[in-house]
Design a binder for this molecule. Structure first.
Ligand code: TYM
Length: 358
């Protein structure tokens, strides 16, 4: 039996270098290994948690499918599908929610972060943050702003994974807490019903730690809502401009001086896109104070452009080929539903939801 690989990306805009280096490039590598049964999807139901414009959502699904294919996913090697094309996911989401605590969901870092933003809370989290947040969320003002879907986001993600009985889930560092919750829900389900049904899925990055791609604006991670993204679809000129504008410092003044965060960030990305020798060369130059950040940025831009240009060139052609996209997604939906419906049947039975007219 082949091990199952599954991962997804929300269609909230074009894919950026964080999505690619943290997740998508591993989807492609795992597919190419040929030893896994792979499922890669577009998490459109998850995108609904931020109430997108319907027409825009539809276009963004198209974008992500095209970007998956342009990056190297192949429908004959991987099952490529849209989450909402598998209605079994929504039913299992309802069933699994019966075993998920509101408290544990409210303490999830991603939820707190998004809820804080929606509520306009800008103060740093305090020791009483959980209690304060609960008060804010229950307050009449916030009823609409923090929706229940945002709270139960981890249940839906766990269902995506568990419904395909996935073993490996290649994701970036920011998704690890969600994966931990998935394992907890799987254990809890097994224990409650005294079954050995769900296996616990693991992150996968070819033996390396999960990746966090930083932004080039000094701190934090690269993210759509941070407005600091290098997009796969950006043209060469745009990419170079963005990289050359990256925040740095005045440069090292003493040998082997510790790196400030913005400089470290440039090195973090360089390590992910350039050969080890080049990284070493710039590290040595930093350590002996001879580094010129302009050269570092230029080398970084060269490698990013080399990586993304072939992908960008394919995106446009694929995006406009409606018939091809339809074929890929129909086939993907059929394959994904096959496994999902088998799991749902089992889970219903385990939980005692069985029809009387069998
Ligand atoms: P999403 O759409 O936010 O991001 C998609 C993938 O990109 C990774 N990523 C990053 N990795 C490194 N550095 C960054 N700066 C960076 N930004 C994004 C994310 O870690 C992720 O792997 N909840 C998920 C989507 C999802 C999912 C699933 C994933 C829904 N169901 C089931 C796996 C399995 C999300 O919002 O990812």
């Amino acid at each position: 039996m082949k091990k199952i690989v599954l991962s997804g990306i929300r269609p909230t805009g074009q894919l950026h270098l964080g999505n690619y280096l943290g997740a998508l490039c591993n989807f492609v590598k795992m597919q190419q290994e040929g030893i896994y049964d792979s499922y890669f999807f577009i998490a459109d139901l998850h995108a609904l948690t931020t109430n997108p414009d319907p027409a825009l959502l539809h276009e963004n699904v198209r974008n992500v499918v095209a970007e998956y294919l342009a990056a190297g996913l192949e429908p004959d090697k991987s099952t490529i599908f849209v989450q909402s094309d598998v209605p079994e996911v929504s039913e299992l989401y309802l069933l699994l929610n019966m075993h998920v605590g509101i408290g544990e969901l409210m303490r999830t870092a991603a939820f707190k972060d998004k809820a804080r933003k929606a509520l306009g809370i800008t103060t740093a989290p305090s020791a009483d943050d959980d209690a304060d947040m609960a008060k804010e969320i229950i307050g009449a003002q916030s009823n609409k702003r923090v929706n229940a879907g945002l709270l139960t986001y981890p249940t839906l993600m766990a269902v995506d994974i568990l419904i395909q009985r996935a073993n490996f889930v290649p994701v970036g560092k920011d998704q690890e807490q969600h994966l931990e919750l998935t394992r907890r829900f799987a254990r809890r389900f097994n224990a409650f019903y005294k079954v050995d049904y769900f296996e616990e899925p693991q992150n996968f990055n070819f033996g390396n730690a999960a990746v966090k791609v930083p932004g080039l604006d000094g701190s934090g991670k690269m993210g759509k809502s941070e407005g600091n993204c290098l997009y796969l679809a950006d043209d060469e000129k745009t990419l170079r401009k963005k990289v050359m504008r990256a925040v740095t410092d005045a440069g090292p003044t003493e040998p082997n001086q510790p790196m400030a965060e913005p400089v470290q960030n440039l090195f973090t990305i360089l390590k992910l896109v350039a050969p080890q020798e080049l990284v070493q060369q710039f590290t040595d130059a930093y350590n002996d104070c001879s580094i010129r950040y302009g050269d570092l940025k230029k080398a970084l831009a060269d490698h990013i452009v080399a990586l993304t240009t072939p992908i960008r060139e394919r995106i446009i052609d694929i995006k406009n080929d409606d018939a091809y996209l339809a074929r890929v997604l129909r086939q993907g939906a059929e394959q994904a539903r096959e496994r999902a419906s088998a799991t749902l049947r089992d889970v219903r039975e385990i939980m005692g939801i069985t029809p009387f007219w069998k």
